[in-house]
Design a binder for this molecule. Structure first.
Ligand SMILES: [Zn+2]
Length: 736
């Protein structure tokens, strides 16, 4: 096995071990089991602290024995580094490499064990000595291991992040090294102090005084935007980049380098940045850890338990489809997207043991990943965890035995996928019809806006769900991409919850419209600038939408609930639950409002929605394109207080925008295409058996399928039908 041979296949693997390891003979036998079931990859996780217990004394014998054995089985190895687990000598040598929390205390935690979180937060690598030491270890580790040709990929960070608030109490890092890095970065951005003072509404007399605010809570101060961007993008990005550069410089076989998240940072631009710090970005996925969002409509049985159908749909929709469409979109176009840790067994946290995934769970998750464009999958973990904190957990194999139903299903799917490796290991080469906008300025602002900023993620998820329900492919388009030539190829761009926006982003939206695009915005676009200061004129992009702001008021949820609105302070804050009435080309439609009702004065636009005899939605023709503004946040209605009016309004909007879609009655159909083949991934999201016709295309003929019952209509029409049980997933491969 070498990288060329490996990458002719679809990477399908499983984590084997991290320290403390199970017995060597058990791990070798487990590798044989994986190999016999069609797996071609094992993952091994390193542990700096245990691998180099004294400076320059490095012990990699166990890893080498395992890598060598994998090679004998013709399997690839995915080698993951965890440099947050720093050795004791490093802490002693550089006592000032400890991260500093916002209250000024140095974090005392020195991880000896991988649990709970792979050593996070670890040392502060803004300390030059600590940074040099981790890169030196990385270089020597890679040099020693790189002789093994069957190592096929390196991973630089096991679930990127520090998680310090949760693990050690206090957000990070406020040490002198990080403060100096922050100031240097601000100098690079603003060039002179006057410019910074003007932009951030402060009056510093010297760069040395500049520091982030250290209070608890959310306040949305101008400096918060700089600090949050710096820590999440620049500081972590620097560590990722340095690790990647080091591996590339010391790996004689130049294998790809990636890193992965515990989950995508949905609605944030963070992952877009991380994806550009090495070859690509992957993510963990533990679908059965949670079921969607507490604000969603959900049915409960007489004992208050969530209904099986609702729970299983939500875990797949959120944990697989949404997350990996988001991750794929965050990666460079044409780059790989890996499920770097996929749940293989029951979630286990201490004494709380989760449900054992069934064969149909494994099938739904694996095929769902393929539908989102995933090009490599590695399960976590092969055999049940040996440490108490995660005992019995996460594994394809139980404590004893050589197989399980879930392992067999995974293996069968591995063999199916690897009959058509080019089809499934080739990253998507076409862009989606619809783009949903991700703007990091908006994310940072909303994440610091009290009592409702989390509406951004919920509205964005809702717009994704409208598209998912109508079988429309979606890319999450990052604000930095606006202005690129390919942006014009999106038939529709949606701006969910667009509260914070820079002038530059607003200009780029205007250009998209003038060049022929179709833009839809929810209420109050660009109400606040990217530095947390409001716009006096209260509305950006007036000319693009052809309206002026008139009024704004909060509106009650249906039946006066409070799933996403705060309880009133006193009388008179909220309007009664409201529906907009369609007007003009939307005559006959209506639309429930959520959170706010914004009304407009028409300038050049035509009215499409009315509320209380005022304009609550408008469509404007501008240049070669059109722009729609809706005076509320309607993404929320895709999963909360679901109703036909909202669904029908969105369908009408799609047809006005020229977005084509097949009506598949609750069966989600997604497509992969490469190598003169295409695959349809079918997911019956309903609670009844469904028989669905695949989109007709005479230039392709049926080749193969996995799951569902496939039948052909007749020679004349050539239609292919797939029948799926409730919540069943299937894949059909066609050849041109
Ligand atoms: Zn620091």
């Amino acid at each position: 096995m070498n990288k060329e041979k490996f990458y002719a296949q679809f990477a399908f693997g499983s984590h084997l071990c991290r320290k403390p390891m199970p017995p060597m003979c058990e791990m070798k036998r487990d590798m044989e089991i994986l190999k016999s079931r069609g797996f071609n990859l094992i993952k091994i996780q390193a542990h700096w602290g245990l691998d180099e217990p004294a400076e320059n004394i490095m012990d990699t014998a166990a890893y080498e024995e395992l890598v060598d054995y994998a090679g004998k089985l013709d399997m690839g190895v995915y080698m993951g580094l965890t440099n947050e687990q720093a050795p004791n000598w490093l802490w002693e040598k550089y006592p000032d490499c400890r991260m500093t929390a916002h209250n000024g205390s140095a974090l005392a935690y020195q991880a000896q064990y991988t649990l709970p979180a792979d050593g996070k937060p670890g040392p502060c690598y803004d300390h030059p000595g600590a940074m040099a030491a981790q890169l030196d270890f990385t270089a020597r580790f890679v040099e020693r291991l790189s002789v093994y040709e069957n190592i096929v990929i390196w991973n630089t960070w096991q679930e990127i992040g520090y998680w310090s608030e949760h693990l050690t109490g206090g957000h990070v890092c406020y040490c002198d090294n990080t403060m100096n890095f922050f100031r240097e970065w601000l100098k690079g951005k603003y060039k002179n102090l006057d410019a910074l003072n003007r932009a951030l509404s402060v009056n510093y007399s010297d760069w040395k005084y500049i520091a982030p605010d250290r209070q608890n809570g959310t306040s949305c101060l101008p400096m918060d935007f700089e600090w949050q961007y710096f820590m999440n993008h620049v500081q972590i990005g620097n560590v990722l980049q340095k690790r990647c550069e080091t591996i590339k410089a010391h790996d004689m076989h130049k294998r790809p380098v990636f890193a992965h998240k515990s989950a995508p940072a949905f609605a944030s631009g963070m992952d877009h940045t991380y994806a550009r710090c090495q070859d690509f970005l992957g993510s963990s996925s533990y679908p059965a850890w949670s079921s969607g969002d507490g604000r969603d409509d959900c049915r409960y049985d007489e004992f208050g338990r969530r209904e099986k159908y609702d729970a299983l749909f939500a875990e797949t929709f959120n944990g697989i489809c949404l997350n990996f469409d988001f991750l794929r979109s965050s990666n460079r176009f044409g780059a790989h997207t890996w499920a770097a840790e996929l749940q293989g067994g029951p979630v286990s946290t201490g004494f709380h043991l989760g449900r054992v995934p069934s064969a149909s769970d494994i099938r739904r998750w694996l095929l769902g990943l393929l539908g989102s464009g995933v090009t490599g999958i590695s399960f976590w973990v092969t055999r049940a965890e040996i440490m108490a904190g995660e005992m019995n957990g996460f594994s394809l194999l139980d404590n004893e035995g050589s197989t399980t139903e879930r392992l067999e299903e995974a293996g069968n799917i591995a063999k199916f996928i690897n009959k058509y490796p080019d089809l499934f290991n080739t990253p998507a080469a076409q862009r989606a019809q619809v783009g949903i906008i991700v703007d990091e300025d908006n994310y940072i602002g909303c994440s610091r806006l009290a009592q409702g900023g989390d509406g951004l993620g919920y509205s964005m998820r809702g717009w994704y769900k409208y598209m998912f329900d109508n079988n429309i492919s979606v890319d999450f388009v990052h604000a930095e991409e606006l202005g690129e030539e390919y942006i014009g190829s999106y038939k529709l761009l949606v701006m969910p919850f667009p509260l914070f926006m820079s002038d530059k982003t607003a200009e780029n939206f205007g250009k998209y419209v003038e060049d022929g695009g179709f833009l839809v915005s929810e209420a109050t676009p660009g109400r606040i600038r990217e530095n947390g200061m409001t716009r006096r004129e209260t509305m950006a992009m007036r000319d693009i939408f052809g309206v002026k702001h008139k009024s704004l008021k909060m509106v009650s949820e249906p039946n006066y609930g409070h799933r996403f609105t705060p309880g009133p302070r006193t009388w008179g804050e909220y309007l009664d639950p409201a529906k907009f009435a369609g007007a003009g080309i939307f005559e006959g439609y209506d639309l429930p409002a959520n959170l706010y009702v914004q009304c407009f004065e028409l300038d050049k636009a035509e009215e499409i929605l009315q509320f209380d005899q005022m304009t609550a939605g408008a469509l404007n023709c501008r240049g070669k394109g059109r722009a729609v503004i809706i005076g509320s946040y309607i993404g929320h209605s895709a999963a909360a207080y679901r109703n036909d009016s909202s669904d029908n309004f969105v369908k009408k909007l799609l047809s006005v925008a020229g977005v084509a879609y097949p009506d598949a009655k609750g069966v989600n159909i997604r497509e992969r295409r490469a190598d003169k083949k295409k695959a349809y991934i079918i997911f019956n999201t309903t609670s009844e058996i469904q028989k669905t016709a695949l989109p007709p295309d005479r230039s392709y003929r049926y080749l193969d399928s996995y799951g569902g019952k496939v039948s052909k209509c007749c020679k004349e029409c050539g239609l292919i039908f797939v029948e799926c049980e409730p919540l069943e997933a299937a894949a059909v491969v066609l050849q041109s």
